[in-house]
Design a protein. Structure first.
Length: 127
């Protein structure tokens, strides 16, 4: 496959997933689902979004194209090595998650680090 169809076969990991109404992580999960993107969800909340269970750990998560962050820099720290090992194509730092040091480390490892809003990228067909 190629083009748009290929993109839809690539998973997105939402770190900081939440079932709380109004949370941007929940809005992003719903928007990714509507746009046909498969997701993995990791967060503190118990529950599921669009039939996908929120995990409290990263066990068994692999083959991720994009990691989209909804964690502040301090809460990103425990996931850094996991993300490095995961080797996603890109990591999206949503508003409020910007972390220049982590972004630099990702780029040095050949991983695209983008300060952007997942919701905007999806709504403007730039995802």
């Amino acid at each position: 496959m190629n083009g748009t169809n290929e993109k839809h076969n690539l998973k997105t990991l939402i770190l900081g997933a939440s079932i709380k109404p109004g949370r941007y992580a929940l809005l992003a999960a719903n928007s990714l689902h509507r746009h046909g993107h498969e997701t993995e969800l990791v967060g503190r909340d118990c529950g599921e979004i669009n039939g996908v269970k929120i995990k409290q750990n990263t066990l068994g998560i692999n083959k991720i194209d994009t990691v989209t962050l909804y964690l502040n820099p301090a809460n990103q720290e425990p996931y850094k090595n996991f993300i490095f090992d995961l080797k996603p194509r890109r990591v999206i730092f949503n508003p409020g998650t910007e972390n220049p040091e982590f972004e630099k480390e990702l780029i040095e490892k050949g991983i695209e680090a983008t300060e952007a809003c997942t919701l905007v990228l999806l709504s403007t067909n730039q995802y």
